[in-house]
Write a protein that binds this ligand. Structure first.
Ligand SMILES: NC(=O)c1ccc[n+]([C@@H]2O[C@H](COP(=O)([O-])OP(=O)(O)OC[C@H]3O[C@@H](n4cnc5c(N)ncnc54)[C@H](O)[C@@H]3O)[C@@H](O)[C@H]2O)c1
Length: 324
């Protein structure tokens, strides 16, 4: 398939390697700073055409699919423009940063012949897949989740769209912990209500958005969730889920059932940081298999909507109970 990438910053190399693994052809790269696209073209030995304007690229290239790897506030328009041209889209998370953008994307997917897939690549890691399989036969009663990472001043200063409500749409929840929230909802289903708060505990002078979030969700199960990027280093993510008979724990890429470490297939080559670096190649291979075989890719706009609904309710909560 003929593939293009819009946005050739930090995450783009992970997409390039995974697209190559899937044996698809990267025919174009687009970045408002074309030198960044030129660099990846040469580093990865591609023969892609380079564009600064994605609309020109969508018009000139005969694309089967486009990967959206740009700052959050640009996702909606890029997704919608590609879908309007019936070009399949694989979008980085979050697909958008507010509810009206979400409605716009939903309506574009309904009108398009093309598919929209979303990069929640951790769903493809062996421990996470195994836990989902185990929980399909049981009823989760409670869960607790911890994301304790470090994103410092240098991280925010390296890309000015980060750290602002208007361009990032939030902080630790919409950018980093959205993956873990997506997993929790994938395992346990949607909650009915949420109560919690967000704070900027460590970078007040530097960024507007939250660096810490804590909340409790309730419904068919109860869950507490803690996420921060104010830690002094990155720790493995922890998810614990209790059913009537079992205690399941994910720690990083390991799965424990009642304290016993489970044997799992290898996660595959690590393309980026631990806990997210290995998932992209599996997800991207599946995306192209779905397109080739005419199947619906499992992580669509409605799946992406779930974590966003919870995050937006949390942002409104401010210590009050909010219905989701
Ligand atoms: N799935 C994951 O685990 C994961 C990990 C890291 C980043 N991401 C996501 O990937 C996306 C990009 O993040 P990043 O860290 O690579 O950001 P980045 O700032 O490093 O890269 C974004 C690139 O987009 C380019 N760009 C900006 N406006 C553009 C436009 N109008 N047209 C074309 N290019 C444009 C910038 O010049 C830059 O090169 C975000 O949605 C982020 O949340 C996902």
């Amino acid at each position: 398939m003929k593939v293009a990438i819009i946005g050739t910053g930090s995450i783009a190399p992970v997409h390039i390697r995974a697209i190559k693994d899937a044996n698809e052809e990267i025919v174009a790269l687009c970045d408002v700073v074309p030198a960044k696209a030129e660099k990846l073209n040469s580093v990865y030995g591609l023969d892609a055409s380079i564009y600064a304007d994605y609309l020109e690229m969508l018009e000139k290239e005969k694309l089967d699919a486009v990967h959206v790897c740009t700052p959050h506030h640009l996702h909606r328009e890029m997704i919608v423009r590609a879908l309007e041209s019936n070009i399949n889209v694989l979008a980085e998370k979050p697909i958008c940063i507010n509810e009206s953008e979400l409605e716009n994307i939903k309506s574009a997917t309904k009108k398009s012949n093309a598919q929209l897939g979303v990069c929640f690549q951790n769903r493809y890691l062996p421990a996470n897949r195994k836990l989902r399989e185990l929980l399909a036969k049981e009823k989760p009663l409670s869960a607790t989740t911890k994301v304790v990472w470090r994103r410092d001043e240098a991280y925010y200063k390296s890309a000015p769209w980060r750290g602002k409500w208007e361009t990032e749409g939030g902080g630790v929840m919409i950018n980093q912990a959205i993956h873990t929230l997506d997993l929790l909802l994938w395992y346990c289903g949607m909650p009915e209500k949420i109560k919690g708060a967000i704070a900027n505990t460590n970078l007040k002078e530097i960024i507007e958005v939250e660096t810490t979030a804590e909340f409790v969700m309730a419904g068919k199960y109860v869950a507490s969730f803690y996420a921060t990027t104010a830690s002094y280093k990155n720790f493995p993510i922890e998810i614990e889920i209790r059913t009537r008979t079992n205690i399941y724990r994910i720690i990083g890429e390991d799965l424990y059932v009642n304290g016993n470490l489970q044997e799992l297939p290898a996660a595959g080559e690590l393309y980026g940081k631990p806990h997210w670096g290995a998932g992209h190649s599996h997800l991207i291979r599946d995306f192209y298999s779905c397109l080739r075989e005419g199947r619906t890719f499992p992580i669509d706009v409605y799946e992406a909507e779930k974590s966003l609904r919870v995050i937006w309710a949390l942002y409104r909560s401010n210590g009050q109970e909010i219905l989701i």
